[in-house]
Design a protein. Structure first.
Length: 283
C-alpha cells in the first residue's frame, strides 16, 4: 500500500506540475502576442466591394476623418495609426520582394487602412463591431479570430491536466489516510498504553507523520524528476529549437512548479494523517 501511495502521488503531482507549466506557457504566449495584436480597418477603394462600400467608389476624405474620430473616441482604443496606399504598397514590396506576385499590384490597387492598438487586447469585440458599421470601411481584420481558438485549446488542455491531477491527488490522499488508519489500527494496543502512561498526542502521531512524509517526499522527488526530464526533452531540446517564434518557459518556471508540487505533496501527506489518527488519540 505504501508503494501504491508513492506511485499515485508521483503521477498526480507530475500531472499537477504539467498543468502549472501549461498555464505558465499560455500566459507567456498571451503576453507576447496579445500586446502586439492590432486591429486593421481597411477602407474602400474603387476596386473593392463588400462591407460599407459604395460600388465603384472609394472612401471619401470626410468619411476617413469620421472613421478616425470615431475610433479615437472609443475608450477601448489606445492609439490609432493611419497607413496610406503608398505605405501599404511599400510594405507589400518589402514582404513579397522575392515573390512572382510582386508585379501584380499597383499603388492604386492597395487599400489604405487604420491600425488600432487596444488598451486591453482581450476586449476587442466592441471595437471590431463598431468599426465594421462605419461608412467607408470595407473590412476589419482581427487576428484574435486566429489566436483565440489556439488559446482556447491550450486552456482546455491546461484545465484537463489540472482536473486529472486533482482527481489523482484525491485518490492519493484517500490511500494515505487508509494506509495510516490500518497502521494505527494494528498498533491500537500500543497507542492505548502510551495514552495511559501520559504520552502526548504529538509523540503518538509522530511515527505516522514520518511514515506518510517519507512516502510523500519520495513521490515529490519522483514527480520533480519526471517534470524536469519532461521539460528538458520536450521543451528545451525540441520545442525551443523547432518553434522559435513563440516564447517558451524556462528552468525558473520549472523550479516554481516543483516548489508548488512540494508544498501540495507535504500538505497531502500531513493532513490525511492527522485526520486518520484522530480516533486513536482518544483511546
Amino acid at each position: 500500500m505504501t508503494i501504491a501511495v508513492v506511485v499515485t502521488m508521483a503521477v498526480s503531482l507530475s500531472l499537477f506540475g504539467a498543468g502549472l507549466l501549461t498555464s505558465m506557457e499560455v500566459d507567456l504566449v498571451k503576453g507576447r502576442w496579445y500586446d502586439k495584436i492590432e486591429i486593421s480597418v481597411f477602407l474602400c477603394t474603387e476596386h473593392t466591394q463588400g462591407g460599407m462600400c459604395e460600388e465603384g467608389k472609394g472612401t471619401t476624405e470626410a468619411q476617413r476623418e469620421s472613421i478616425r474620430q470615431t475610433l479615437e473616441a472609443n475608450p477601448e482604443v489606445a492609439e490609432v495609426f493611419y497607413e496610406s496606399k503608398e505605405e501599404a504598397f511599400e510594405e507589400f514590396q518589402r514582404v513579397f520582394a522575392d515573390s512572382p506576385i510582386l508585379g501584380s499590384r499597383t499603388v492604386d490597387q492597395m487599400q489604405d487602412s487604420f491600425r488600432i492598438k487596444l488598451e486591453n487586447p482581450e476586449n476587442y469585440s466592441g471595437v471590431v463591431s463598431e468599426a465594421q458599421g462605419l461608412q467607408g470601411v470595407q473590412n476589419v481584420q482581427d487576428l484574435h479570430r486566429i489566436l483565440d481558438p489556439m488559446f482556447n485549446w491550450l486552456n482546455a488542455l491546461q484545465w484537463a491536466t489540472i482536473g486529472m491531477s486533482v482527481l489523482l491527488l484525491l485518490a492519493a490522499s484517500l490511500q494515505i489516510a487508509n494506509t495510516i488508519r490500518m497502521a494505527a489500527f494494528t498498533r491500537r494496543r500500543e497507542i492505548g498504553i502510551m495514552r495511559l502512561v501520559g504520552a502526548s498526542n504529538f509523540y503518538i502521531v509522530l511515527p505516522f507523520l514520518l511514515e506518510s512524509l517519507i512516502a510523500g517526499l519520495i513521490g515529490i522527488v519522483v514527480a520533480g524528476g519526471t517534470l524536469a526530464i519532461g521539460y528538458y526533452l520536450v521543451i528545451e531540446t525540441n520545442a525551443k529549437t523547432s518553434i522559435q517564434a513563440l516564447p517558451w518557459i524556462d528552468w525558473s518556471h520549472v523550479t516554481t512548479a516543483i516548489l508548488a508540487m512540494a508544498a501540495v505533496g507535504v500538505a497531502l501527506a500531513v493532513i490525511p494523517t492527522l485526520l486518520a489518527t484522530r480516533k486513536y488519540l482518544r483511546i
